[in-house]
Design a protein around this ligand. Structure first.
Ligand SMILES: O=c1nc2n(C[C@H](O)[C@H](O)[C@H](O)CO)c3cc(O)ccc3cc-2c(=O)[nH]1
Length: 318
């Protein structure tokens, strides 16, 4: 079975681990969000691609959900001693090596997709990991501070400001001119199932879909498309998705996120059992809906979620 997953960082990576456990023989292609990417200290950092790669490759810091386990921070501390920041973004020494290799290869002319493949040769994530695009796309968030409007990089909003101020708008800068990375449209067209994991619908899955051609390919794909709600009991399972959902005028409910994607894009939608009351509302929007436990508490619970998503995909297969 060929499965395509549009994934953000931590939520996407953890879901993929469950999916691999549920269907070990499946051929999984991950289209990763690169809107979170940031250039720091002259290096290109791809948080979501790395989170998927480290999580599936066994190198992730488990509790944190991002970065490497057993990190040290000598380079960051030395940079800070020179007064070179930002200090709010925690790059560890092992992680630095990944960004150095990536930046070196990009500088030598390799596209991000080829660089990601090279990095995965070490980590063996057991999936084909593709960036959504080889072109630069950067998510910026418009905020208002002391009555003044300004735009900040997504990482500044998420990590430095901890989404403590309202997001007025979210813009994927460069997306309109970006092309899907090699293999992305083909994988979507040839998939047996397409899944939206419980990743952020605006800044993760939404950014991937904003690359011209990807949304259209998903909508036109013969495969059933099934999503898992990242909102449980009217709150994000993790992260601060409610802040960016508000910026695009979407309520933080499992049903509102399903309607945001819409029946033209998704055929099936899973909500958590606590949101079973919203199944009828989602179905009224033309999307088949089931309520199952959606908390990724451990690998078995996550594998059960993946199996439920695949079962719903079979039910709605066109
Ligand atoms: O909350 C944090 N998240 C950090 N993240 C996570 C990341 O910024 C976000 O959670 C994702 O971009 C959202 O998908 C990192 C991810 C990396 O790959 C590398 C470094 C970091 C550093 C931080 C950090 O200092 N604080």
């Amino acid at each position: 079975m060929r499965i395509v997953v549009l994934a953000g960082g931590i939520g996407g990576a953890r879901f993929l681990r469950g999916l691999k456990q549920a269907v070990p023989d499946a051929e999984i292609t991950v289209v990763g969000n690169t809107g979170d990417d940031i250039h720091l200290f002259g290096l290109k950092v791809c948080p979501d691609l790395d989170t998927v790669m480290y999580t599936l490759g066994g190198g992730i810091h488990e509790e944190q959900g991002w970065g490497r386990e057993g990190e040290s921070f000598a380079v960051k501390d030395e940079l800070a001693a020179y007064g070179v920041g930002p200090e709010w973004f925690g790059l560890g020494d092992k992680d630095f090596a990944t960004h150095i290799v990536r930046t070196q290869m990009l500088g030598a002319g390799y596209p991000l997709s080829a660089v990601t493949e090279a990095l995965c040769a070490r980590w063996q994530p057991g999936v084909r990991l593709l960036p959504m695009s080889d072109d630069r796309v950067e998510t910026h968030v418009a905020i208002e501070v002391d009555g003044e409007q300004r735009a900040v990089h997504f990482q500044e909003y998420w990590v430095k400001l901890r989404a403590s101020v309202d997001a007025k708008a979210v813009v994927a800068v460069g997306a309109e001119a970006a092309k899907p990375a090699p293999g992305v449209l083909e994988a979507i067209a040839e998939a047996d199932v397409i899944l939206f994991p419980p990743s952020n619908p605006v800044v993760s899955v939404g950014t991937i879909l904003s690359v011209p051609g990807i949304r259209e390919a998903v909508a036109a794909a013969p495969a059933p498309v099934v999503g898992l709600s990242p909102i449980v009991g009217d709150a994000p399972v993790r992260g601060m998705a409610d802040k960016v959902l508000a910026a695009v005028g979407v309520e933080s409910t499992a049903a509102a996120v399903a309607r945001h994607y819409g029946s033209a894009l998704v055929d099936g939608w899973l909500v958590d059992t606590v949101d079973a009351g919203s199944v009828a509302e989602v179905e009224a929007a033309g999307i088949a809906c089931r309520a199952v436990p959606l908390m990724m508490t451990d690998a078995d619970a996550t594998a059960a979620m993946a199996r439920a998503a695949l079962a719903l995909a079979e039910e709605v297969r066109r």
